[in-house]
Write a protein that binds this ligand. Structure first.
Ligand code: F6R
Length: 698
């Protein structure tokens, strides 16, 4: 009989707060104390039973699919993605519907991704026995011999013996019992008739679908309507719509308790659901004084404690007993080890409330969000300004461009390098490279017109080439151009330089077009920016920039790009997060970072535990870069490092580049609000300029 394994990876582990979270759900935690995650342990436990790695499937929800898949390095087709978790019956139904198309009479082993099994060989022996019973049409579940009167588990009452399989007795399940109270649990354990319900099931695909048909007809209807392509599709709106119709129900309650032919095999496999910190304490190896620890712990007169800490941090305890001490970069839990079941409610209270963006908007005293919302208008105005004057003939014929500019103005040079057909060198600093000559078009770019480095480099350049122009809102640069008769594009003043990027970049585009060196037409991208303004402005529901800001809150972003086109976007994300959100951020690009930064991950957890990699993705990424990103995600997961990805929008290079820039600008502004700082102010930059003094450059 053909046989598949289906790992259900939906659990978040709320009682394992503060370690388990949406960003790091329970299946990805190394709760067994051996370094491998529960999910990987589940995979390695079951793979030998089904034979081939290609026969292990994962069911997870859209929010977790990337992380879970990367953690196992499974091919996409082996990961079935529920648009959202609807409890175990729909997840199992989805997998059964998918497998039924391959082989309806195949057997299917279902196991949770977040349990621990110490006796793995024995577990596999029981599974093989269960497969024998499943072949006869039974719905088989594994019954765990209870070791204490647990109130947190469901129980199975053993009925008559049904058969023998692989020398194991297979019993009918006489009754299912919900989580009992303490007295009832004691009675169950004393009777010897009850087992814990392990959530591990073995059945034939056709049998479970029959039972779903009979007992959960609404779910069966949805499953019947789904084609295998739809089941395996990601982010399909049709699947999301149908999935939202499903009433969440567990397979125990929805199917097993009602089905007629339910069997169980007693299993003594060292099982634990590691559902709370007490269970983790039991699962970990305990040392002197029954103390179990993960991470660095030093203790004196400490007994029966669980201590869990993040790498790079030491927890010290003195005279502490019966406690769980769980430390993370963001939260610390100190609890009575006997009451860790109660943590769920406490965690809900301790978790930061969802941000009130309306209230946070009060920090935007200088109106950065309004400027951002008007960015597409700024871009159109910039193009119109450039078109108003013809490209000066005297400057035509250059072979290369050098853009001298700093900070928010300086990035214009990097962007022009992507948009023009000639070589463009952005220059940030005082002395110009020796390559500047008569064949070079010198472009001085300074919003204020007073930036010392830009003025110095521009003046130097004027000695070497007669082809010079400037882009500025005024200041010394405008004065100099006026005095020497140098063409310059005047842009409106009154903005923060970095918020005037539309003017700085696009006002010169018509001139470059006139000189015949424009590679990409940026006009069509403006429509996309307008759509994005509508989606990302404050008050829009499902605002992606706000969600990103929320994900990056309290993190140090490491922004990665996979293409020379988008690497400037990664740089802009970094600088905008610095200047708007007033926090550190770093950037790097692929494939280069695979030759250095990747090695630094070894100690990132210890030195920078709140690092979060942001992959900026584009359809122009090289196929080998795409393969590298997949591997990198796996490496990051193995190291316990957070990551997320952001896809460029639109078709053309200009659309993809500008969409990433614009999303980054919004994200950094919302991150500023989340950090409760004014996105506009850049007091340290001003102070430095002030202290260096004006007039130095003249
Ligand atoms: C401030 C900003 C800065 C400036 C930089 C150079 O909003 O973006 O990075 O751009 O200090 O000043 P300007 O652009 O006036 O030459």
């Amino acid at each position: 009989m053909n046989c598949y394994a289906v790992i259900l990876a939906g659990g978040r582990g709320e009682r394992l707060w503060p370690v388990a979270s949406a960003k790091c759900p329970k299946p990805l935690l190394p709760l067994g104390g051996e370094g491998r995650s529960l999910l990987r342990a589940a995979y390695e436990r079951v793979a030998p039973v089904v034979g081939a790695a290609g026969k292990v499937y994962l069911v997870t929800d859209a929010g977790q699919a990337g992380r879970m898949r990367a953690a196992l390095d499974l091919p996409e087709e082996q990961v079935l993605v529920e648009p959202e978790g609807r409890n175990t019956a729909p997840a199992i139904g989805l997998a059964a519907a998918y497998l039924s198309d391959r082989d309806p009479r195949a057997a299917m082993i279902v196991l949770p991704a977040d349990h621990l099994v110490r006796k793995e060989e024995e577990f596999r022996r029981v599974l093989r026995a269960a497969l024998g019973a499943a072949a006869q049409g039974h719905l088989v579940t594994l019954g765990i011999r209870p070791t204490f009167p647990a109130t947190g588990y469901g129980y199975l009452r053993r009925g008559t013996k049904l058969m023998q399989s692989e020398e194991r007795d297979v019993f009918r399940v006489a009754a299912f019992a919900e989580k009992p109270d303490q007295d009832t649990a004691r009675r169950y354990v004393a009777s010897g008739e009850y087992s814990w319900n392990s959530g591990v099931f073995v059945w034939r695909v056709d049998r479970i679908l029959e039972e779903i048909d009979r007992h959960v007809p609404d779910l069966a209807k949805v499953l019947d309507d789904l084609s295998p392509e739809l089941v395996s599709s990601r982010g399909d709106p049709e699947l999301a719509r149908r999935w939202a119709e499903i009433v969440p129900v567990s397979v125990d309650y929805g199917v097993m308790e009602k089905a007629g032919d339910v069997a169980m095999i007693p299993a003594d496999v060292g099982w634990s659901d590691v559902g709370d910190w007490h269970a983790v304490w039991e699962a970990l190896q305990r040392g002197v004084g029954e103390v179990a620890s993960w991470g660095k712990h030093v203790g004196q007169d400490t007994a029966r404690c669980l201590v869990w800490t993040t790498p790079g941090k030491v927890v010290a305890t003195l005279g502490v007993q019966d406690a769980a001490v769980v430390d993370t970069p963001h939260a610390l839990l100190v609890a009575d080890l006997g009451r860790t079941q109660e943590i769920r409610a406490l965690a809900r209270e301790a978790r930061p409330a969802a941000p009130d963006w309306e209230e946070l908007r009060g920090h935007d005293s200088a109106g950065m969000l309004s400027v951002l919302e008007a960015f597409p208008v700024q871009c159109r105005d910039a193009l119109a300004r450039g078109q108003a004057a013809d490209a000066p003939e005297s400057l035509a014929g250059f072979r290369r461009v050098l853009c001298a500019g700093m900070g928010g103005s300086g990035i214009t040079g990097d962007l022009l390098a992507r948009l023009l057909t000639v070589e463009v060198s952005p220059h940030r600093g005082y002395d110009l490279p020796h390559t500047v000559d008569e064949g070079t078009l010198l472009v001085g770019i300074s919003y204020s017109g007073n930036t010392e480095e830009t003025l110095t480099a521009f003046r130097q350049g004027l000695e070497r080439t007669s082809r010079a122009m400037a882009i500025t809102a005024g200041g010394e640069l405008a004065r100099l151009c006026g005095e020497r008769g140098i063409p310059w594009l005047e842009i409106p003043s009154g903005l923060q330089p970095r918020a005037a990027l539309g003017y700085l970049l696009l006002s010169s585009v018509p001139w470059f077009s006139g000189w015949g060196v424009l590679r990409y037409d940026v006009g069509p991208a403006l429509k996309l920016l307008e759509d994005m303004a509508g989606e990302l402005a404050p008050g829009r529901s499902g605002n992606v920039a706000q969600q990103l800001a929320e994900n990056l809150h309290n993190c140090v972003p490491l922004v990665y790009a996979g293409d020379p086109l988008t690497s400037v976007a990664a740089f802009r994300w970094k600088t905008q997060i610095n200047e708007n959100a007033k926090q550190p951020a770093f950037w790097a690009d692929l494939p280069e970072l695979c030759h250095n930064e990747i090695v630094g991950y070894e100690l990132t957890q210890a030195l920078l535990p709140s690092a979060c990699v942001v992959f900026l993705r584009s359809s122009f990424d090289h196929p080998r870069v795409r393969a590298r990103v997949d591997i990198l995600k796996e490496v990051l997961d193995r190291r316990g490092l957070q990551h997320l990805e952001v896809w460029a929008r639109g078709e053309s290079p200009a659309e993809q580049l500008l969409s990433l820039l614009y999303l980054g600008d919004w994200t950094s502004a919302y991150l500023a609000l989340r950090n409760r700082v004014d996105p506009s102010s850049v007091q340290p930059i001003e102070e430095l300029k002030e202290r260096l003094g004006s007039g130095q450059s003249s």
